[in-house]
Design a binder for this molecule. Structure first.
Ligand SMILES: *Cc1c(COP(=O)(O)O)cnc(C)c1O
Length: 416
């Protein structure tokens, strides 16, 4: 869709997300985007078709302000273009976005775009289980070397980056799941910039982005999302997004996306697009709720730990949190003195909060990471990452926090 950059360039993100990237005149005057389900697009002339193919394959460059005509929906379609334009202002520092049919599809496409034969990737642990699996079971057999560093270990990351040969990617997930351990994005990006191979620095920003943490402003090259979580926010769809400062990075990802066939479909693009204007509202409420709950539960007799950024006591973790996060976010973890039986008792007794994996939705969800989301990790990895028998992760929704607190207190009281 045509952009009116002059008109929208000075606007703040919460305004721009509503005004940028959608031209009602291209949707018969509809005030909000229509859905274009067509798989193929009609050309005005055979010459226009020739030009569209030449531009899409990179044989010729589009003129200023020119966008290639649409060809076929695996390449792109109007709802992907609208969504990609409208999501850019939400990610501070971003110039372009590409949408994928899941968070894993976005991550996989980034790995395949920047990975190379016998290359190496330095990454923080723990990572999302699917991402760990991709590195171990897919990049490994293709000849790439994964170099793991514990999240939060700033000096260890610097050293691993400096020592890595044929380094093509540095991959961070911060805060880590479910321990919320934070990694210093800016320091890591500086270490990567000193490396002669100039690896691409990628950050999975699913937990605190796009509202509370801005990796591109801290020197990262590429931000990746499971839009299934906070961006869509209602636990009713699966999607992924990649955003970058350099539009060429996104263009390269899009060309891989054409090969892989993993663009987000029109209906899903339309749904996700409608959720963007409320992301900041939802995340602010979720963060406030989570802070109230975590701080109220801190010190409870059944709990050995409540893990939440405002309760951090480690000076390095406190420093990173203050430096790179605007708010602590909607997720906290609690650890039961009574181990797994106590954690399971609690999960059996919560009534408002539901026992389900995933996060970022308007409803509160609880899960036991060790036996579910993190069950693929070895005992050693679990111990290293602090994923213990008694740990329960809570993704806080937008309910009234007092009802949630009462729910948690009655479930805690029911723990044997
Ligand atoms: C859920 C999640 C993913 C994977 O995203 P999907 O949309 O499920 O493919 C990746 N990273 C993090 C941090 C996640 O929470």
């Amino acid at each position: 869709m045509p952009e009116h950059d002059e008109l929208h360039s000075g606007l703040r993100p919460r305004t721009a997300v509503l005004t940028r990237g959608f031209d009602p005149s291209l949707s018969v005057g509809s005030a909000r985007p229509a859905v274009f389900r067509s798989s193929t697009y009609v050309f005005a002339t055979p010459e226009a078709a020739e030009r569209a193919f030449a531009m899409t394959s990179g044989k010729i460059q589009p003129g200023t302000g020119e966008r290639p005509d649409l060809i076929y929906s695996r390449i792109s379609h109007p709802n992907a273009e609208i969504l990609e334009d409208q999501i850019v202002p939400l990610e501070a520092g971003a110039q372009a976005a590409a949408v994928f049919n899941s968070g894993m599809a976005a991550i996989m496409t980034a790995f395949f775009t920047f990975g190379r034969h016998h290359g190496s990737i330095v990454y923080t642990t723990p990572l999302y289980g699917g991402t760990t699996g991709l590195i171990h079971h897919f990049l490994g057999p293709f000849g790439m070397r994964g170099i793991a560093v514990a999240s939060g270990d700033s000096a260890g990351l610097d050293a691993a980056i400096a020592a890595a040969s044929n380094l093509c990617m540095v991959y961070l997930e911060t805060p880590a799941n479910p321990t919320l351990t934070m990694t210093d994005i800016e320091r890591t990006a500086e270490a990567a910039a000193r490396h002669p191979d100039r690896p691409v620095v990628m950050v999975d920003n699913t937990f605190l982005g796009p509202t509370f943490q801005h990796p591109l402003q801290l020197g990262a090259d590429l931000v990746l999302y499971s839009a299934t979580k906070y961006l869509s926010g209602f636990s009713d769809m699966v999607a992924g997004v990649a955003l970058a400062r350099d539009p060429e990075i996104i263009q390269t990802l899009r060309s891989r996306r054409v090969m892989f066939g993993n663009i987000l479909q029109p209906d899903e693009c339309w749904m996700l697009d409608g959720r963007l204007p409320t992301v900041a509202l939802r995340m602010n409420r979720q963060s406030k709720n989570a802070q109230r709950l975590a701080e109220a539960l801190h010190g409870h007799k059944h709990l050995s730990r409540v893990i939440y950024p405002t309760l951090f006591r480690d000076p390095e973790q406190m420093r990173i949190f203050r430096k790179q996060c605007a708010f602590p976010g909607g997720i906290f973890s609690i650890e039961f003195e009574g181990g797994k039986p106590a954690a399971f008792d609690f999960l059996r007794h919560v009534r408002i909060a539901r026992n389900a994996v995933s996060l970022g939705g308007v409803e509160t969800l609880t899960c036991h990471p060790k036996t579910t989301t993190h069950s693929g990790m070895s005992d050693e990895e679990l111990a290293e990452s602090g994923v213990t028998d008694g740990l329960v992760r809570v993704s806080v929704g937008i309910e009234d926090w007092r009802d949630l607190l009462a729910d948690f207190e009655q479930a805690l009281a029911a723990v044997a």
